[in-house]
Ligand binder design. Structure first.
Ligand code: GTP
Ligand code: SPV
Ligand code: MN
Length: 611
């Protein structure tokens, strides 16, 4: 048995509640060693991981890792929100009884860390001093060293974050046990994995993975799922899968902050990092705040909605990241950044990494190159066209490495939000941008956000996979109550943000080309939006919101055919009327959906009928 008391004494961890928690779980998972982690341990842990073959060098101060080939993404079916209140059951949260799930996880985790080290990782999901700090402290216990290295990049890690908790018992207990990855029956009827957030006990119990949101518990499990629950239980805030950016007009000094949700892999990281102010005469400056999570609350002093990114780093999709699409991301993972690449292709001789879309073609000389599974490219069967990198391969880097990170990205007070945007991947119907001023209509728009299934046969009739506010995989309680909480929080603002729906993904119905260049040019519709909010441009009113006129949208330097512009600034009323039927069915699934949301739905439907 490990002498847990001695380890905690040496680490100076005095909080009796933390000590009790660590001791209890060491008794269950039975590690050989226990180690308390501070961010300052990073260099030593990296050296140990390189020595152990868990990490490989990828240039000066950069690293490469592979996860088990059946463990490369979040598993939504195995992810559970458990509480003791059946009313918390929603359509999407896989609600289960807390007692039953806790007992099951305890049995699955028992003895599973034998032979391993249990790392004690104290963390904070907020800038220190944030008004939401009391919801941000946690202690992850993990038996996986690469997970620790990712946590150090993605969250603020160190024992000092536990020193001045308002209530020493108030921290999230986040237990991660990797399990025997080769024998977990991933994806079979005999699947052993469960990723459980016991939300009303602020306890996270994840078993059977070492990848991403399944294992770095500060990010998705705490920063989104637990915080979603806490936000409502406290009545104080919203936790959303949102990016957050700032736009400054250098001529007037005016600054706006925009946050918003796009379903996973629909462009948050790209939008937050890569808007191109230089493309518009260098008049604007764009600041990066966050790419995946924002917590929102109302500041009683000025009546505005404030937002902050609780994370400390970026866990970004590698695919298609290159000098043209996202030069900022490349700068943030340059040599010396400490970045970790996971499941991209790797060359152990030259220490290079590559992924699809990094360059138009893969390296010509395949000598040494290995795909994400570690198989040599040179030994591939002829005609094997499978990607070199896993489609969900990612890079991990800290916010401070992002060249345009805002000066005040760690401001404890957060930043005032001017606009909340929603966007999915839709090939038709959704215009480039439509602004919504009414609160209920804005929340309604978020609830009916969706993305097309990406595979060919699906979505032919234009039906979306709905993803309310882009929170479908992260909702902690029922959707109707969630809508009510949104109305209550944003409704408390006397100077509220404007809402908008955006779409960068409309395609030409004939040849399938994207009608809008996207990526760095997405600044243009956002500028229209904030200027519209300030009353400088009126737009054109439609049944589904206000759309820019051609004259109002700054298109300097772009060369887009008129018929493409007409399409992305137009409305296909028949498709919209069809969509209203799908929306009605979608909303009918939700218990206790506020009447204000139904009224918004009826208003839009009636306006479309009369149009
Ligand atoms: P998660 O981290 O999974 O939550 O994803 P995300 O929302 O941050 O998505 P990300 O920015 O990583 O983009 C996912 C994919 O969409 C990438 O392959 C991008 O190249 C692509 N993409 C992003 N923005 C645009 C755009 O404006 N136009 C087009 N055509 N593709 C885009
Ligand atoms: C997402 O899937 O939306 C992510 C990646 O941001 S993960 O952390 O793996 O959930
Ligand atoms: Mn995400």
């Amino acid at each position: 048995m490990v002498d847990v008391d001695r380890v905690l004494d040496e680490a100076g961890l005095k909080n009796p509640h933390v000590r009790e928690y660590v001791t209890y779980w060491a008794g269950i998972t039975e590690p050989d060693r226990v180690e308390v982690v501070n961010a300052s341990d990073d260099a030593r842990l990296v050296a140990e991981a390189l020595e152990a073959g868990e990490l490989f060098p990828a240039g000066e101060g950069r690293y490469y890792s592979r996860s088990y080939f059946k463990d490369t993404a979040r598993s939504e079916e195995r992810t559970i929100v458990a509480t003791s209140k059946p009313d918390d059951r929603g359509v999407y949260n896989n609600w289960r009884d807390a007692e039953e799930m806790t007992a099951g996880q305890l049995e699955r985790m028992r003895g599973q860390s034998k032979g391993k080290t249990m790392y004690v990782v104290p963390y904070l999901m907020a800038p220190p001093g944030s008004p939401l700090e009391q919801y941000a402290a946690g202690v992850e216990l993990t038996d996986n060293r690469p997970v620790v290295l990712h946590m150090i990049r993605m969250a603020r890690v160190g024992t000092h974050h536990l020193d001045d908790l308002a209530d020493p018992a108030t921290f999230v207990r986040a237990v991660h046990v990797t399990g025997d990855l080769e024998n977990l029956g991933q994806g079979t009827p005999d699947d052993q994995r469960y990723f459980v957030t016991v939300a009303d006990q602020r306890t996270i119990l994840h078993f059977g993975s070492s990848y991403g949101g399944n294992a770095l518990l500060g990010k998705i499990a705490h920063g989104l799922r637990q915080a979603c629950y806490d936000g409502r239980a406290s009545g104080v805030f919203l936790a959303e899968q949102f990016m957050l950016l700032g736009i400054t007009d250098k001529q007037t000094g005016q600054k706006w902050h925009v946050c918003g949700g796009f379903p996973s892999a629909s462009g948050k990281t790209n939008l937050a990092m890569t808007l191109a102010p230089d493309a518009m005469g260098d008049r604007y400056h764009v600041d990066f705040y966050g790419d995946d999570i924002a917590w929102l609350w109302v500041n009683q002093d000025d009546g505005r909605v404030y937002g902050m990114n609780p994370e400390f780093g970026v866990f970004g999709v590698a695919k298609d990241t290159n000098e043209l699409t996202n030069p900022t991301a490349l700068d943030s993972i340059a040599e010396g950044s400490g970045a970790i690449f996971t499941n991209v292709a790797y060359n152990p001789d030259t220490h290079e990494v590559w992924w699809e879309g990094r360059t138009p073609e893969p390296p010509v000389d395949v000598t040494g190159w290995e795909d994400w599974k570690g198989d040599r490219i040179a030994e591939r069967d002829e005609g094997d066209l499978s990607p070199w990198a896993h489609p969900n391969s990612r890079f991990t880097t800290t916010l401070a490495n992002v060249p345009n990170v805002a000066d005040d990205f760690e401001a404890p007070a957060g930043v005032p939000i001017d606009a909340i945007i929603f966007g999915g991947r839709t090939r038709d119907r959704e215009p480039l941008v439509r602004a919504i001023t009414d609160l209920a209509e804005g929340v309604y728009d978020g609830l009916t956000l969706g993305a097309e299934a990406t595979f060919a046969a699906d979505g032919l009739d234009g039906q979306l996979r709905y993803d309310p506010m882009s929170m479908r995989p992260f909702l902690a309680y029922g959707e109707g109550d969630y809508a009510a909480h949104w109305l209550e929080i944003i409704g408390a603002a006397t100077d509220p943000p404007i809402f908008a729906h955006v779409n960068w993904f409309q395609k030409d119905p004939d040849d399938g080309h994207f009608l809008w260049p996207g990526y760095r040019e997405n600044l243009r519709p956002l500028l229209w939006l904030v200027r519209h909010k300030d009353g400088e441009v009126a737009g054109r009113e439609t049944p589904v919101g206000t759309i820019p006129t051609l004259e109002e949208l700054d298109l300097t330097g772009l060369d887009i055919p008129t018929e493409d512009l007409d399409r992305i600034l137009g409305l296909d009323l028949d498709r919209w009327r069809q969509e209203m039927g799908f929306r009605e069915e979608h909303l009918q699934q939700f218990d206790r959906l506020p009447e204000a949301i139904w009224n918004a739905h009826r208003r839009v439907a009636q306006a479309l009928d009369e149009a």
